[in-house]
Design a protein around this ligand. Structure first.
Ligand SMILES: [Zn+2]
Length: 402
């Protein structure tokens, strides 16, 4: 055989060999898909003690730049995901109020509320809900000033991108976006994702998320310590940070897409992670009750791609009263913390950010605690194959034992 033929053959063999891991990763996604279907089929319904609604937070449209998505796409995606609400957080514009122009009210049965994602003089970023026309000049003001101005008009303020946030000592913000799809996606290795995409995008476009999804350890640590140090309640939420522009695309010279691998079209993004809010029986979901539940921490984060987390409950009870996640409760002799899950899970109990107890294979667990502190739980699904089993499925808000 001629040398060039040998070299060509060698190259071909190398190319084939290099694809083995990606073929195997596709096989693993198939197994994960089957396991998720199996797990979802085992969900048990939980009695309606409170009303639960699920939605997506931190969503951008074409209005503030950065994004290409239009309102029809966002409404259709929310509807196809059977979301109850969407919290829009538009980047500001100096020429008009993006918060006033974005989706508000009920569209196709989904409640939209408006907000802004703003940047401050310290380059801290905040989600301010509702937003207003003054969002465009926040970069001239300190983080504390922006928070104070928002609170004066009764807006709810969440710290966005907590791993870059510098002003933890400011006061009066309501919570922290502890998980953000976009932040997590920045850790993607584009070469690996390119070949994963070639092999798996057609069959498992949503589950490609599982190849990079990771517990947001640093954000959780900062949130936990802010609560512990400041002795204040801080709500955790998750942001889809949907722009419909994350991914890989190969275009030809006339701009036609040859290979499009969109990781965050709204429809997909809304499937990955959701905020579930809890509202008292007898109330209705509207802009006011939704904002009230978010500000009070009456909510939890569910990575619903891996199984629907609806029905998860976390309560605390002393001899006189029962409180839900986000609430404070007075320590008498002891507090009973009750966890109910729609699917058998590994339940991890944390106090002030430290793991204090782990229980596996349960849909119900009562923990008895006798110390003050902020208690929260993380639920895992160890029955799912691969790295997903080691990442949280549900992140609760804390119960503050005082
Ligand atoms: Zn954003």
């Amino acid at each position: 055989m001629k040398t060039w033929k040998k070299l060509l053959l060698l190259l071909l063999v190398l190319i084939l060999l290099s694809q083995i891991p990606f073929a195997y990763r596709r096989y693993k996604l198939g197994r994960l898909n089957a396991a998720i279907q199996q797990t979802n089929s085992q969900r048990v319904a939980i009695q309606g003690d409170v009303l639960e609604y699920r939605g997506a937070m931190h969503v951008h449209s074409f209005l503030g730049g950065h994004s290409t998505g239009n309102f029809d796409e966002i409404i259709a995606a929310a509807k196809s995901n059977q979301l109850d609400f969407v919290v829009m957080t538009e980047h500001p514009s100096t020429n008009f109020s993006t918060a006033e122009m974005t989706l508000q009210g009920v569209h196709a049965g989904v409640l939209f509320i408006n907000g802004n994602e703003v940047s401050t003089a310290q380059a801290d970023r905040l989600l301010v809900i509702p937003g207003n026309g003054s969002a465009a000049d926040t970069h001239q003001h300190s983080t504390q000033q922006v928070v104070t101005q928002a609170k004066v008009r009764n807006a709810t303020v969440f710290v966005a991108y907590p791993e870059e946030f510098k002003s933890w000592e400011s006061t009066d913000y309501d919570g922290v976006e502890v998980y953000n799809v976009y932040t997590n996606a920045r850790e993607i290795n584009s070469i690996v994702m390119f070949f994963d995409g070639l092999w798996s995008y057609r069959s498992y476009p949503d589950l490609l998320f599982a190849t990079f999804y990771k517990r947001p350890a640093e954000s959780l640590r900062r949130w936990d310590s802010a609560i512990a140090i400041r002795k204040q309640r801080l709500v955790a939420v998750a942001g889809n940070d949907a722009h419909a522009n994350v991914g890989l695309a190969l275009n030809d010279t006339s701009g036609n897409t040859l290979l499009g691998l969109k990781l965050d079209p709204y429809e997909r993004s809304f499937r990955l992670v959701r905020v579930h809010v809890l509202i008292p029986n007898g109330s209705v979901l509207d802009a006011e009750t939704l904002r009230g539940a978010l500000a009070a921490g009456h909510c939890f984060i569910g990575f619903d791609l891996f199984s629907d987390s609806s029905g998860f409950r976390f309560t605390g009870a002393n001899a006189n009263e029962t409180r839900i996640q986000g609430d404070e409760i007075k320590l008498e002799s002891e507090i009973r913390l009750n966890v109910t899950a729609p699917i058998s899970s590994r339940i991890v109990l944390l106090r002030d950010g430290n793991v204090i107890q782990i229980e596996s294979g349960l849909t119900r667990k009562e923990f008895t605690v006798t110390e003050r502190g902020s208690y929260r739980v993380e639920l895992y699904l160890p029955q799912l194959p691969g790295s997903v089993s080691e990442q949280p499925w549900i992140l609760s808000n804390p119960i503050y034992v005082r």
